[in-house]
Design a protein around this ligand. Structure first.
Ligand code: AMP
Ligand code: GLY
Length: 422
């Protein structure tokens, strides 16, 4: 079967790596892909917001499955577009319809959904320009630190955590005045939760689900979790503090009611659900939903899946996931993200990358491309080096050895991934 994978990051390289191990795959197309994915299939230059071009390409190339990496096309309704078009009835999309993608596309919707289905999350209220004064009064009632979230997609930058009340009021004003464009027309103000974060993933066919290995991601640019937020600087799986007792609570209190809620709302959800969780004491709370896999979490989760991922996708398509067997690799996996100097602020692209032959790690490309026969940097996050180990620390050691051997001008990485888990 031919598959079209949408996206261009480390997540997509890891998915492409796994998809091409399936016996069921004939040809993999990746749009737009990166230098790494071009070694596994054919990169195609499609604009992910141009659904009619994607449709034309999929029909022309006999694509049967479209796997959507990033959230934007899902929030824009790519799954609906394929479902509604009769000429596309033989092509299935792995990724939820718009009514499901809004779990990530609107924090206000996600909060309402959680409150309706009794899913533990921070208490909150939402405000718009018309209710700005109520918003400021609410900030006076709650205590510091203040958590302000743009309702819509804001490229991971829409959450502000402020200590000072006056600063929080000023930020609320700025957000409602369009600091994040339309994404902050509504602002969610919520209770600050103190704990340790982790990411839990499920694959669902809209009826049942399979829980994938959990992961912990390191979002800040600086060592010891300091400095600006990034897309993610490294990840580990498994997460030592996510023991069986805790994961049972996650399933009972978070995963089950979410899937049941989706069914109850008649939302046709076929794809990944990413639960951004925080462990407060011994209890899980949902910080956010994402409707896709995480990046760089995919670079540690997917290597730990033993089963054929295309098989699992077909079970999702046919709504037979309940019957599917899913096996995991008991080894740990860790990834270290190499980024361009200056990221997440301004950085230069086009730096030549030297990659020696590496046999004991998986080198997943993110922002890379071919410039004639050279591989050059093409984004902030450049390469994720993933390794297996008997535990995450052994895996990290291998990743760091190989990170040392990959060179490009301005290369930066955090040398303390996993520091808080020792
Ligand atoms: P989000 O974009 O919703 O994942 O938020 C970005 C980051 O802000 C999270 O990864 C947390 O570190 C932090 N955060 C979000 N909501 C809260 C909260 N209610 N309490 C404490 N930290 C939070
Ligand atoms: N690594 C966090 C995310 O993918 O949203």
């Amino acid at each position: 079967m031919n598959i079209l994978l949408l996206g261009s990051g480390g997540r997509e390289h890891a998915l492409a790596w796994k998809i091409t191990q399936s016996e069921k795959i004939d040809k993999l197309y990746i749009a737009p892909g990166n230098a790494g994915t071009s070694e596994l299939g054919e990169n195609v230059n499609l604009n992910l917001s141009d659904f009619s071009k994607i449709k034309k390409f999929a029909i022309e190339k006999n694509v049967e499955l479209v796997v959507v990496g990033p959230e934007q096309p899902l929030v824009d309704g790519i799954a609906d577009y394929f479902l509604e078009d009769k000429s596309l009835k033989n092509i299935s999309v792995i990724g939820p319809v718009k009514a499901g993608a809004i779990l990530e596309g609107s924090k206000d919707f996600a909060k309402e959904f959680m409150s309706k289905y009794n899913i533990p999350t921070a208490s909150y209220k939402s405000f718009s320009k018309a209710s700005i004064n109520e918003g400021k009064a609410f900030l006076e009632e709650v205590s510091s630190p203040y958590v302000l979230k743009a309702d819509g997609l804001a490229a991971g930058k829409g959450v502000l955590i402020l200590e000072d009340l006056e600063e929080a009021k000023k930020s609320l004003e700025e957000m409602l005045q369009g600091q994040f464009g339309k994404a902050s027309d509504t602002v969610v103000i919520e209770e600050f939760l103190s704990g340790i974060e982790l990411s839990v993933f499920v694959l669902t066919d809209g009826k049942s689900y399979k829980i994938l290995p959990e992961a912990k991601d390191y979002k800040r640019i600086g060592e010891a979790d300091t400095g600006l937020n990034t897309g993610g600087m490294g990840a580990v799986s498994p997460v030592p503090f996510a023991d069986k007792g805790f994961m049972d609570k996650v399933e009972e209190r978070v995963i089950k009611p979410t899937i049941e809620g989706l069914i109850n709302e008649n939302i046709d959800y076929k794809g990944f659900v990413f639960f951004g969780l925080i462990k407060v004491g011994e209890d899980p709370f949902v910080i956010e939903y994402n409707v896709r896999m995480g990046d760089p979490e995919t670079e540690v989760v997917v290597p730990r899946i033993k089963s054929d991922i295309v098989d699992l996708f077909l079970h999702v398509k046919n709504e037979t996931l309940e019957k599917a067997k899913i096996e995991f690799n008991p080894e740990a996996c860790a990834t270290v993200m190499m980024v361009s100097g200056g990221y997440p602020g301004n950085y230069e692209k086009g730096k030549k990358i030297e990659i020696p032959e590496i046999n004991d790690s998986l080198v997943f490309h993110a922002g890379t491309k071919y410039d004639s026969s050279d591989i050059v940097t093409n984004g902030g996050r450049v390469i994720a080096v993933s390794s297996y180990g008997k535990d995450i620390f052994e895996a990290l050691k291998k990743s760091y050895q190989n990170v040392d051997s990959i060179q490009f001008d301005g290369k930066y990485y955090r040398s303390d991934i996993g520091f808080d888990l020792k």
